[in-house]
Design a binder for this molecule. Structure first.
Ligand code: COA
Ligand code: AMP
Length: 625
């Protein structure tokens, strides 16, 4: 048996021993005596009697251990021309002081803090400061519009919001403060205070409830870490579901910290003193886990990069960051590599930099297409490792565990399940399928530490969304298969969630916006294949009877409406006005059939269709004939 098989088997033979052993890599105020509390399925709790502080483990533990002068976080921002390194001691001090700011504003254990920030180190400081005093952070991605932020504010009910005067998108300065003010206007819940980081690129108009970050820091007393139950929530991270209302994924501190600390050496092969560069955003789970928490828990150096892979200033920035920081493992989404490939197909920029320290490229967030896999592998000459996970799971479900044993890479497969993940494929009736046969990918309960224990204030939606379709299994929402060698293949979502440039979005949410237009009778939004972004949304609207409109103006208006209400990140650029939408006899819009035709597949006409004529009329529009 190989090393991977050994480790996997030990996690299934003795999960208690395996995870209690993994927990020993952390400092605990109260050591856990039990790993799993399974007394109230489907709600599983990890390390129920343990107490720890995640910020202590990410920062103070390393400083106390004499490693305070090691680099913890490198802020690299080509869009502002800034590069700054924080040692562990410096980052601990910043975090402790900001924790003091929050405490001074009345934030305590269990209170929520919404963080709406661009990719600046202060975003990580705010997250860790919450963890330090037991507050629950909820980071909202900066590309979401005011309304999306308002929905999250109403759900999380924060005491305080932390934001900045602006973000920077290439050469564009995006003012955040007007978006924040608008969101607070729209929200029913009103936070008591907002802390605003003033950036030189834009001024923020400050109101009576706004606190200037720098002034507050200058006046604050540092705050200490407070012991928290392992089962207390560390954060809420909203993610797109089938409807417009996002799901508030809850993450408990203890299980998450144990899983992340395990994953750093075993999956990413990164240990103390080594550097990982994760090019994502703190607003996504990849940013939470592998820009902020996991690298710091491991005592490694993390690079927080503000910018795109291409554009400002050029397509060589990832290579520059790798060379300048001696990056060992890089992690990003395949779409970033497609963007680089488009700008620099021969990889000329790679030859400008010394990339000899780079050992692995990890990709996740969307399906890794074989062409991008091949291009990246040939270009870099290192293992390019696809791996699969979700906001809900917090860390990888399926990966090639480079730190244990590099398994044979089969293009198209993110490889094999990691310890704790009992991955199965079921048919529509809940029966296991034969190896190599497609079905719904599920995970047998309980899931390992780090996976969501529930949804914020919504146990009922947790049960309905994830664990009621197949009794005893977590529904991932992805379809795919497992081959005879145990390799998992993830083919795509089976629900109305799409992945646009590695960003998870809800077509249902966009449909709600289109449907709100007074001229629209009904609509559908589908995700169609896109060479650069993987998928992009396309909208189709049917007008109300008798409504006379300038179609071109309406299309532009609808595109703008989605941009204003969901955010630029929705990337909805195309809306078609059509006479009718294809439906089943029971009235369900045939989105899957539409998607297949738009993607150029030979899609069979479902026998349940109400009228094949409607579909025939739509075909040229879908195919853009
Ligand atoms: N704040 C404000 N606007 C934002 C934003 C933010 N944080 N993030 C994205 N946007 C805007 C973009 O500027 C763009 O606006 P535009 O329509 O006016 O051009 C729009 O939202 C769509 O953004 P995106 O889909 O990211 O497209 P892009 O062309 O700007 O960049 C990539 C494409 C591939 C280069 C970029 O998405 C990328 O690097 N992705 C990979 C890494 C990643 O973030 N993965 C996430 C999970 S691992
Ligand atoms: P998110 O919650 O934003 O991380 O998005 C999770 C979804 O992204 C998954 O449910 C998949 O649909 C998709 N995804 C993530 N990683 C992969 C991968 N390696 N291969 C295929 N799809 C992926």
């Amino acid at each position: 048996m190989g090393a991977y098989e050994d480790v996997f088997r030990s996690s299934t033979d003795d999960p208690e021993g395996f995870w209690l052993g993994a927990a020993r890599s952390l400092d605990w105020h109260v050591e856990p005596t039990r790993a799993l509390d399974g007394s109230n399925p489907p709600f599983y709790r990890w390390f129920p009697d343990g107490e720890l502080n995640v910020c202590h483990n990410a920062l103070d533990r390393h400083v106390d251990g004499g490693r305070g002068d090691r680099a913890a976080l490198v802020y690299d921002s080509p869009v502002t021309g800034t590069k700054r390194t924080y040692t562990y001691a410096q980052l601990r001090d910043e975090v402790a002081r900001f924790a003091g700011v929050l405490a001074g504003l009345g934030v305590g254990r269990g209170d929520r803090v919404v963080i709406y920030m661009p990719m600046v180190p202060e975003a990580a400081v705010a997250m860790l400061a919450c963890a330090r005093i037991g507050a629950v952070h909820s980071v909202v991605f900066g590309g979401f519009a005011a309304k999306e932020l308002a929905v999250r504010i109403d759900d999380a009910q924060p005491e305080v919001i932390v934001s900045a005067s602006c973000g920077i998108e290439g050469k564009r300065v995006i003012e955040y403060k007007p978006l924040l003010d608008r969101a607070i206007e729209l929200a029913t819940h009103k936070p008591t205070k907002r802390v605003i980081l003033a950036r030189p690129q834009a001024d923020a108009e400050m109101g009576p409830d706004d606190v200037d970050w720098a002034e507050a820091m200058a006046a604050a007393e540092p705050a200490d870490c407070v012991p928290m139950k392992a089962t207390d929530p560390l954060y809420i991270l909203y993610t797109s579901g089938t409807t417009g209302k996002p799901k508030g994924v809850v993450r408990d501190g203890g299980g998450y910290a144990v899983a992340l600390a395990w994953s750093m050496p075993n999956v990413y092969d990164v240990g103390a003193g080594e550097t990982i560069f994760t090019a994502s955003d703190v607003g996504w789970v990849v940013g939470h886990s592998y820009i902020v928490y996991a690298p710091l828990l491991a005592g490694a150096t993390t690079v927080l990069y503000e910018g795109k892979p291409v554009g400002t200033p050029d397509a060589g920035q990832f290579w520059r960051v790798i060379a300048e920081n001696g990056v060992k493992s890089m992690f990003t989404a395949p779409t970033a590599f497609r963007a680089i490939k488009k700008e620099d197909p021969d990889g000329a920029f790679t030859r400008k930099y010394d990339l000899s320290g780079l050992r692995y490229l990890f990709l996740a967030g969307e399906r890794l297409d074989p062409e991008t896999h091949r291009w990246a592998s040939d270009l870099l000459g290192i293992p390019v490792i696809d791996h699969w996970w979700q906001t809900e799971t917090g860390w990888p479900i399926v990966a090639n565990p480079a730190g244990i044993e590099l398994l044979e890479i089969k293009p198209g497969s993110p490889t094999r399940p990691l310890p704790g993940w009992d991955v199965r494929v079921l048919d529509g009736s809940g029966n296991p399928v034969e190896p190599g046969t497609d079905g719904a990918i599920v995970v047998k309960l309980p899931m390992p530490p780090g996976a969501l224990p529930t949804l914020w204030n919504d146990d009922e939606r947790f049960v309905r969304s994830y664990v009621s379709t197949f009794d005893g299994f977590y529904l991932t929402g992805d379809g795919g298969r497992i081959d005879a060698d145990g390799y998992v293949y993830v083919m795509g979502r089976t629900d109305d969630v799409i992945n646009v440039a590695g960003h998870r979005l809800s077509t249902g949410g966009m449909e709600e916006v289109l449907a709100s237009h007074p001229a629209v009778a009904e609509c559908a939004v589908i995700g169609v294949a896109d060479r650069m972004k993987g998928q992009v949304p396309r909208g189709f609207v049917v007008l109300k009877a008798g409504v006379e409109v300038d179609e071109e103006a309406l299309r532009a208006e609808l595109v703008q409406l989605v941009r204003d209400q969901v955010g630029a990140v929705a990337s909805l650029k195309e809306v078609a006005v059509v006479p009718a939408l294809p439906k089943t006899r029971s009235g369900k819009i045939l989105r899957k059939t539409m998607r297949g035709i738009a993607d150029g597949l030979d899609e069979p006409v479902p026998s349940t269709i109400e009228s094949a004529d409607v579909l025939d009329a739509l075909r040229p529009v879908l195919r853009r004939d």
